[in-house]
Design a protein around this ligand. Structure first.
Ligand code: NAD
Ligand code: IPM
Ligand code: MN
Length: 353
C-alpha cells in the first residue's frame, strides 16, 4: 500500500501532519503502508513553476491512494489560470478519473451547540452528499474570457453526458441502499437543459433501484431546506458545482467546515482523500486549524481504498472520544470545553487510538 501525501498550502501541512501521525500509530500496530510526500498547489509552483509537476504526477500515478491537505491562497491569485494551485487539484481528479466525491455531513452529538443552527434542528444529522467531480461547468468547453463587440465577456459551459450522470447516479443509489434508502437528486431543471438531462437520467436509473425512494429538488430550494430541516435528507446526489456549494453549507450543520472529510473515488478502489475545506489562509501557521476533517479523511481512505474497516472505525471512535472528552479547536469551541491547538488535537486523537 502506497499513500501519496500532498500537504499543499496554508493550513495544509499543519492538518496533514496530524493525520499522518494517526496513520503512523496504526502502522506500528501492524497496518502496512508507505507514505510518500509530494508537492501540489502553490508550494509546487514555488518549487517547480507549476501546480502539478511531473514528479508529483508520477507519485500519484504509482500510489494506491492520495491524502491531501488543501491548495491555494491569496498570494497565488494573480497567477495565470493554468498555474493556479487549484488547477493541480483539478488535474489530479481528472487524471485519476475520480468522478465520485463522497462528503458525509454527520453531527457528533457533542457538537450540537457548536453549530450556528439550533441544536434541535441539527440533532441526529447524518447526510451523505454525493458530488459528481469530473464534469459539469468545472471542465466544460468552451470556456474563457475574450473581447466581443468592444468589451470583455467571460463564459463557461455546463455540460454532462448521460454516461457521466448514470455512473454517479449508480454510486448514489448504491450508497442509499446501505443507508436509509432515500435519495434526493438536486438540479436546476427549471432553467438549465443540462440539468433537465440530469433529472431524466437519474429517474431512468431509479428503475434499477425500486427499493430506494427517489425525490428531486431544485438547488435553490435545497440550499434553503438544508438549513430549514436538514434531517429530511439521507443521500443527496448532485453535479460538481452545486455539490461544491451545498457541501460547504452542510458542513456548518456539523459545527464547522473543519469537521467534514471526503473521499474522491474512481470506479475501482483508487482514491483521493481530503477535508472539504480549503487552505484557510486567514489562520495558517497559527496552530489553530481543526485537523479532524483530515484525520477523518484518512479513516475514509482506510475504509474505501484499503478495505480496512476496523482501522477506519478505530480512528472514528478515537475522534468521538476526543469530542466526548471536551477537546475543541477554536472553530468548535464553546465555554466549558477545553480549547486546544491543531497539534494538541492530534495528540488527543493519538491518545485515544
Ligand atoms: P477555506 O475553506 O479555506 O476557508 C473558509 C473559512 O473556513 C475560513 O475562515 C477558514 O479559516 C475556515 N476554515 C477552513 N478550514 C478550517 C479548519 N480546518 N479549521 C478551522 N477553520 C477552518 O475557503 P476560502 O477561504 O474560500 O479559500 C481559501 C483558499 O483555499 C482558496 O485559494 C481556495 O481556492 C482554496 N480551496 C482549496 C480547497 C482544496 O484544496 N480542496 C478547497 C476549498 C478552497
Ligand atoms: C473543493 C474545492 C475545490 C472545488 C477547488 C479548490 C478547486 O472548493 O474541493 O471543494 O471547487 O472542487
Ligand atoms: Mn469547495
Amino acid at each position: 500500500m502506497k499513500i501519496a501525501i500532498l500537504a499543499g498550502d496554508g493550513i495544509g501541512p499543519e492538518i496533514v501532519a496530524q493525520a499522518v501521525r494517526v496513520l503512523q500509530a496504526l502502522r506500528s500496530d501492524g497496518l502496512k503502508f508507505e507514505l510518500e510526500p509530494g508537492l501540489l498547489g502553490g508550494c509546487a509552483v514555488e518549487a517547480a513553476g507549476e501546480p502539478f509537476p511531473e514528479v508529483t504526477r508520477k507519485l500519484v500515478a504509482d500510489a494506491d491512494a492520495v491524502l491531501l491537505g488543501a491548495v491555494g491562497g491569496p498570494q497565488y491569485d494573480a497567477l495565470p489560470r493554468r498555474q493556479r494551485p487549484e488547477q493541480g487539484l483539478l488535474s489530479i481528479r481528472r487524471m485519476l478519473n475520480l468522478f465520485a466525491n463522497l462528503r458525509p455531513a454527520i453531527l457528533h452529538p457533542e457538537l450540537a451547540n457548536a453549530s450556528t443552527l439550533k441544536p434541535e434542528v441539527v440533532a441526529g444529522l447524518d447526510i451523505l452528499i454525493v458530488r459528481e467531480l469530473t464534469g459539469d461547468i468545472y471542465f466544460g468547453e468552451p470556456r474563457g474570457i475574450e473581447r466581443r463587440d468592444g468589451q470583455r465577456v467571460g463564459y463557461n459551459t455546463m455540460i454532462y453526458s448521460e454516461a457521466e450522470i448514470r455512473r454517479i447516479a449508480h454510486v448514489a443509489f448504491q450508497a442509499a441502499r446501505k443507508r436509509n434508502r432515500r435519495l434526493c437528486s438536486v438540479d436546476k431543471m427549471n432553467v438549465l437543459e443540462c440539468t433537465q438531462l440530469w433529472r431524466d437520467v437519474v429517474t431512468e436509473t431509479a428503475k434499477e433501484y425500486p427499493d430506494v425512494e427517489l425525490s428531486h429538488m431544485l438547488v435553490d430550494n435545497a440550499a434553503m431546506q438544508l438549513v430549514r430541516n436538514p434531517r429530511q435528507f439521507d443521500v443527496v446526489v448532485t453535479g460538481n458545482m452545486f455539490g461544491d456549494i451545498l457541501s460547504d453549507e452542510a458542513s456548518m450543520l456539523t459545527g464547522s467546515i473543519g469537521m467534514l472529510p471526503s473521499a474522491s473515488l474512481d470506479d475501482r478502489s483508487k482514491g483521493l482523500y481530503e477535508p472539504i475545506h480549503g487552505s484557510a489562509p486567514d489562520i495558517a501557521g497559527k496552530d489553530v486549524a481543526n485537523p479532524l476533517a483530515t484525520i477523518l479523511s484518512a479513516a475514509m481512505m482506510l475504509r474505501y481504498t484499503f478495505d480496512e474497516e476496523a482501522a477506519a472505525v478505530r480512528i472514528e471512535s478515537a475522534v468521538k472520544k476526543v469530542l466526548a472528552g471536551g477537546y475543541r479547536t477554536r472553530d468548535i469551541y464553546e465555554p466549558g470545553t477545553k480549547k486546544v491547538g491543531t497539534a494538541a488535537m492530534g495528540d488527543a486523537v493519538l491518545a485515544n487510538i
